[in-house]
Each structure stands twice: as C-alpha cells, then as structure tokens.
Ligand binder design. Sequence first.
Ligand code: PEP
Ligand code: MG
Length: 321
Amino acid sequence: LTDASDTLNSGPCRTLDGIEITLLGNVGLSADLDQVLRRGMAGVGLFRTEFLYLQSTQRPDTEAQRRIFAPMAKRLGDRPLVIRTFDLGGDKLPPFLSLDENMDPSSLSLRGLRFSLAEKHLLRSQLTAIVQVAQEADVRILFPMVIGGHDFAQAISMVEEVVEECQAFKRPQIGAMIETPAALFCLDEILELADFVAIGTNDLTQYLLAADRELSAESELVTAMHPAVLRAIQQVVVAAKRWNCPVCVCGEEASDPEFAELLIGLGIQELSISPSRAGELATAIGKMNSATASALAQLAQKCRSPQEVRQLLTPESRQEQ
Ligand code: PEP
Ligand code: MG
C-alpha cells in the first residue's frame, strides 16, 4: 500500500517560486511501472531494458520485446516512455552472451552503445520493437554510453533504417546519455543530433572520479556532489540551452533532495528517479526557492571537495549566506 505522502499531487511539481520540475520514474522491470503510475509521476524517464534479460539463456527477439513495451506504453497513455537500448557488457552479461566465447567480460571492453554497434542484430531487433510501439505512443529511444558524434550518428542511422523497413510513419525521438567524460568533450556534436539528452550521474561520477560506482553509497568522496561533477553538469546545461535541447538527470543521486536542489540551481528541470523516492522529493522541491538553489549551485561549483559542498547546504551555512 502506498502512503499518501508518497503520492504526488497530480500535475507538475513546482518550487516555492513556481518553477516547474518534471519528475519521471526509473524502471528496471515492467512491474516497476505500477509504482510510477500509483505515485502519479510524469512518465518513465529511464527504462533499463537490459534488466529484463540478465537471466536469459536465449537472445530476446523483436516480438518478445514488443509484448513488453506495448502494454507499458498503453498504461502510460500520453506520458512518455523513454526506452534505453541494452546497456550490456561489463558486469551486465546475461547467460546468452556469457556463453559466447568471443565475449570479453571486462567492463571497459564492449559496453553500452559500443557493445550494441558490435552486436547489430541484437540492437536492430530491439529498435524494431521500439519503433513499432512508438507509432501509437510517446515512446522515445535513449542510447547508453555515447562517446561522441560518430557512435551516436551510427545509432541514429540504424533507427532510420528500421523506420524505413517497418514502413513506419513516425521516427521516435532519440536521446543520448551523457555519462562518459568523452561525451562532455563532444557535447556540441552530440547535441546537434539529439532530440534530448539524459545525464547519468552514476557513471559520470564513476568515470570522472576514476572510482567504482559501488563505492558511492559508502564514500564521502565518491559522489555526484563532487565539484567536478557539478561543473560537468553545468557545462551540459549551458551547451544544451544553445541547442535548445531538453536535459534530464537520471542517476541515483538525483533523488537526494540536497543534490536535487543543486541540480535545480544548475538549471535542470527534469529528474528521473526511483519511484519510491518520488513523494519525498516532491515535498522537498515544494519548499525550495530557485534563486537560492541557483546561488548555492554557483558557490558549490567553486568548492574543492564534496564535503565543502555539503557544508554549504547546512542550515547554519545557509543562514550566513
Ligand atoms: C547512470 O549511469 O547514472 C544511469 C542512470 O544509468 P545506469 O545506472 O543504468 O548505468
Ligand atoms: Mg549508466
């Protein structure tokens, strides 16, 4: 049963001074959608499709995926469903791939989009399912671990080929995850091609700080609150504004009210979070002021450590400002 405080007041979530913040849900299994709907969230900002097949011994085909995506899109009605293509490789290696002796399981060999472009058959069958379902719903495609304009352009071409093969009338919106340092240095070429981008703070923090993302739960140093990560996010926001491209943040830390305040201060207006945190975050956002958030975000970028950033956010420090 859902606690009433976990349910958003249907309609957009706003800061005290009226800035609209869209809260979308991260889902791993189609059953997680129940929570997104129960909590009145604005849609699904990140569907991690690889979770569906982590135990599979057989390669998923188009029809199997269409049977999963179609009912989800239907239940969401006119709300968006952002389907991320398989983010496989590294620790996410389902049995149907581990059986393949050519597969190298190390996390920095084939991963995310690079993996998909090496396994075109698998990507094509997934894109076909997405394109079919997108004809009647607001279904969007998100590519993980994009490292520049080249891999992203190849992925987009494949979507276009699939649209033509399916004789579809609609090309779904296509987005890139910004979660590698390379993507930060290639922002303009990615933004030129993207309909939207999604910042993944889990991997962006991991790769910027050269620290395993599993550490971030316990470490005060390995966190998206690190000024380097905040400066990176600011760069994405500024560049995306130039290209008039929507930006969402979908890493785990986006659901932490303190971090979310900094994100809002950096100009982020879309967050995709675990649905279980939605009620708490909506309440916290309702008490925020965007001018305060923006002043804090500017100061935070000048800090030298995550601890200094956290210090800025304490009630005592806020009073002094
Ligand atoms: C991220 O890296 O922040 C992200 C949202 O994707 P995932 O956690 O699935 O890698
Ligand atoms: Mg990631």
